[in-house]
Design a binder for this molecule. Sequence first.
Ligand code: HEC
Length: 123
Amino acid sequence: MPGRLVFRLLLFSVLASVPIGLAAQEGGGSALGVTVGKLETDEQKRGDAVFHKNCHLCHISTAQKRELKINADELVGLFKRPNTSERAVRELIQEGIPKRMPSFRYNFTAAELDDLIAYLKIR
Ligand code: HEC
């Protein structure tokens, strides 16, 4: 029954988000095996909240998403990769990726985007 499957997926996503929310409040640490750098500045803490509100849905992996092959990159260590440029990441967030990732051009203030970038740098 497709209705039941949808219900189960919804239930799963609600349950799955609880421990991540708790881990985020503790200031980084480990959620589902992902180690994120320590949140030190206010900018990083606000960026963490922006990330978990807007990006989490796709960029946090779960066993179920892996099984369904719908998980996007977790963006851990993004800025440690040699070919990552801040400008390109800002542009990508603003533009999105056609049919894959939404554009966030109208979602964030300039300060929120700065916070998000500060967070991504330690993620
Ligand atoms: C609806 C799903 C979705 C949401 C929401 C989403 N993304 Fe994405 N994102 C994707 C997909 C799909 C890709 C391309 C595949 C991949 O890199 O795994 C991608 C790629 C990226 C990349 C490039 C990754 C790389 O390895 O070069 C960055 C950076 C990124 N997203 C940042 C963000 C940020 C920051 C947010 C929140 C503001 C966000 N995304 C929200 C789906 C999403």
